[in-house]
Design a protein around this ligand. Structure first.
Ligand SMILES: NC(=O)C1=CN([C@@H]2O[C@H](COP(=O)(O)OP(=O)(O)OC[C@H]3O[C@@H](n4cnc5c(N)ncnc54)[C@H](OP(=O)(O)O)[C@@H]3O)[C@@H](O)[C@H]2O)C=CC1
Ligand SMILES: O=C1O[C@H](COP(=O)(O)O)[C@@H](O)[C@H](O)[C@H]1O
Length: 485
């Protein structure tokens, strides 16, 4: 792809975990691949009193650690020329004058303000940027998730940001949309005629979306305990994946055409009554166990977690979409920390043949499409084939499209694509306000019912696939989670 126009990218929260672990390494890769024009600048911003040299030294240490073999001293030296630091307390209007002095050298440039801070700072940041004359026609603001804690708080943030930036200048990031296989799902569905006739209730028995992590809450205990898996993963990543699976064909790949269709799916999600929250959702919390063969503590023993915390580290949900295409097809969503493997995948289970002349048992979902985002990027189509020999015995085989093997070019990390899309002004892979609020509207009854319940989350041993209730959620429909590693 052609290099982007020269830009200034201002990373609020520039000393934080996300910037050091994900954003700077992503920008380093784009620099190395020649995607940034001469003169593009990346400015870290935070309250700490650092010189640009201090900042660059810290950034180098972290990037060397996170980039591993991809880190190259000479590339770093040229990348570092783009880096700078400005001390800004987002809540202190006076500090924005210093930022303005730095940015106003190039008034007409594209400016990307990336807010990688707590959302409680977004309003003050935008207001102070505007009052300092820093919001120009060429400015964009990228908002990290989670945006708010519930519908009301997300609306309040959106209203506040919307006072200073037009909706088409607001880039709500969901890094799952930047993952290559997710975009490949769009290609599979809308670039091939093959699947469209099958992609509906008549042929699809159930859909399963799993995002399982092996890690625990790591150093983010305080944040996580106030958030939980439903807000951290389901309200955004899992629902966005569900939208890509379930949406109608958009009229084009333009941002609003795609986002309109995703919105319709979110609005068609069947809302839960309090009673249905009990029967159709499972929340879990990990107890001590093992990860990658080593003992690990339970959630309640993690740093910064209150001993009586009821925060869920695991969620499973049976969702349904009230449309002609999907009525009656269960969409099972599952995510958790400290699970057996790190795996992110979408599984489409097709219905059985109406009558098996080979005597195959019914209900086994022999035809299955598995789209893997992690650990590897692949798409597998499971079919039945005759096993070699004189007898007519069938066995399950799969056609495997391994993207890494098929396309030898380097895989872009999600943040690489999304950061450059923000510079290019491409909104397709970012979430529009109405989508985000529709997602909050759907999860809120679950949050409310859990908060009102006296039940604790079901515990599960770290290193397993979650509480037994998660399997029961599917077995009640005669189904089981796809768990092939
Ligand atoms: N880390 C991750 O993996 C992910 C994070 N996110 C989201 O990204 C955001 C940032 O997360 P993360 O990097 O982990 O957070 P950290 O706590 O590691 O970093 C917070 C950053 O904000 C800065 N900051 C705090 N207060 C102010 C202020 N008043 N003015 C200016 N800067 C300030 C801090 O620097 P200083 O103290 O020097 O001011 C620091 O650079 C959060 O909203 C989080 O939910 C989303 C997905 C994943
Ligand atoms: O947004 C988040 O995502 C990560 C998981 O992302 P992945 O790309 O590594 O699958 C999760 O660990 C984190 O809690 C959450 O905030």
């Amino acid at each position: 792809m052609a290099a982007v126009q020269t830009f200034d990218m201002i990373l609020f929260g520039g000393t934080g975990d996300l910037v050091m672990r994900k954003l700077l390494p992503a920008l380093y890769h784009q620099h190395r691949d020649g995607q940034m024009g001469d003169g593009a600048r990346i400015i870290g911003v935070a309250r700490s009193n650092l010189s640009s040299d201090d900042y660059i030294a810290t950034a180098e240490k972290h990037c060397a650690q996170y980039l591993g073999e991809a880190f190259d001293k000479a590339v770093w030296a040229s990348f570092a020329q783009r880096l700078g630091y400005q001390r800004v307390d987002a809540q202190n209007p006076a500090h924005f004058a210093d930022l303005a002095a730095m940015l106003d050298q190039f008034k007409d440039r594209i400016r990307v303000y990336y807010l990688s801070t707590a959302p409680s700072l977004f309003t003050a940041t935008c207001e102070n940027l505007a009052n300092a004359g820093l919001v120009t026609a060429h400015s964009r603001v990228v908002l990290e998730k989670p945006l708010g804690h519930d519908l009301a708080s997300s609306q309040a943030i959106n209203d506040a940001v919307g006072r200073y930036f037009a909706e088409n200048q607001i880039y709500r990031i969901d890094h799952y949309l930047g993952k290559e296989p997710v975009q490949n799902l769009l290609a599979l569905r809308f670039g091939n005629a093959l699947f469209e006739p099958l992609w509906r209730r008549e042929w699809v028995r159930d859909v399963q979306i799993t995002v399982a992590e092996q890690i625990g809450v790591e150093t983010r205990g305080d944040f996580y305990d106030k958030t939980g898996a439903l807000r951290d993963m389901v309200q955004n990543h899992l629902l966005q994946l569900l939208c890509i699976v379930a949406m109608e064909p958009p009229s084009s790949i333009d941002s609003d055409a795609v986002r309109d269709e995703k919105l319709k799916v979110l609005r068609a999600l069947k809302p839960f009554t309090p009673n249905e929250v009990i029967t159709k959702t499972v929340r879990g919390q990990y107890r001590a166990g093992a990860a990658a063969g080593k003992p690990v503590p339970g959630y309640l023993e993690e740093p910064e977690i209150p001993a009586d915390s009821r925060t869920e580290t695991f969620v499973a949900i049976k969702a349904e979409i009230d449309t002609w295409r999907w009525a009656g097809v269960p969409f099972f969503l599952r995510t958790g920390k400290r699970m057996q493997e790190k795996v992110a995948e979408i599984v489409i289970n097709f219905r059985d043949v109406p009558h098996s002349i080979f005597g195959m048992p019914a209900g086994h979902g022999f035809n299955r499409l598995v789209i893997r985002m992690q650990p590897e990027e692949s798409m597998k189509l499971y079919l039945l084939a005759k096993q070699p020999g004189d007898a007519m015995h069938l066995g399950q085989v799969h056609l495997n499209l391994d993207f890494e093997e098929t396309f030898k070019t380097r895989r872009l990390e999600a943040y690489e694509r999304l950061l450059m899309d923000a510079v290019r002004g491409k909104l397709t892979l970012f979430v529009r306000r109405d989508e985000q609020e529709a997602a909050w509207r759907w999860v809120e009854p679950i949050i409310d019912a859990w908060e009102q319940s006296t039940d604790k989350p079901k515990t599960y041993t770290a290193g397993t696939w979650g509480p037994a209730a998660s399997s029961a959620l599917l077995s009640r429909d005669g189904l089981a989670w796809h768990e092939e590693i």
